[in-house]
Design a protein around this ligand. Structure first.
Ligand code: CTP
Ligand code: ZN
Length: 153
């Protein structure tokens, strides 16, 4: 599509993943939730880039890394319009449209300090509920703590 071809100084990657059309301001939340800085690959990050369709958008490029299906789908919680592009030999090899999952397992951390998942060796588990078109709730399976996310983009 021509419309996103506004130039900005983030280079193309040879192989990896580009998370594009992220709601402006949400890239850091995605990076933290998916714990993307815990590994050793190169990450390029653009925040508040101009976009014709969205006004402003964020973008994350991960070199030599693939997202799992679960990692891909959790992005929708923070960014309903996000696309995940799998890049190989400098070409877009696959374009994925993440879908809101029913549950999120072993990704992210419960914000309740007293939650058992923060004290024992138990993976996190959140149940996802959509309220209307803009509101998404994640409920911790163990302590029932609810987190609300609003998407107005
Ligand atoms: N991209 C990249 N490195 C490459 C190829 C593409 O970083 N070797 C990035 C582009 O900068 C863009 C995204 O991957 O942000 C998707 O590329 P492409 O499908 O070519 O762009 P658009 O057509 O604008 O995407 P869409 O149709 O999703 O708007
Ligand atoms: Zn909890």
């Amino acid at each position: 599509m021509v419309e996103e071809n506004i130039t900005f100084p983030i280079s193309a990657i040879e192989k990896g993943v580009v998370i594009d059309h992220i709601t402006a301001g949400q890239a850091m939340t995605i990076i933290n939730t998916l714990n993307l800085t815990s590994r050793d690959y190169l990450i390029m990050l653009g925040i508040n880039l101009p976009s014709i369709s969205m006004g402003k958008k964020d973008i994350i490029k991960l070199e030599n890394y693939t997202l799992s299906e679960d990692e891909c789908n959790i992005i929708v919680v923070f960014s309903p319009k996000a696309t995940v592009n799998v890049i190989d030999e400098y070409k877009v090899f696959k374009k994925l449209k993440p879908e809101l999952p029913e549950r999120i397992e072993n990704i992210g951390q419960c914000p309740n300090n007293r939650c058992i998942t923060n004290h024992e060796n138990i993976g996190s588990l959140f149940i996802v509920n959509k309220h209307g078109s803009k509101e998404i709730h994640l409920c911790c399976h163990y302590c029932k703590k609810e987190m609300c996310f609003y998407n107005f983009s």
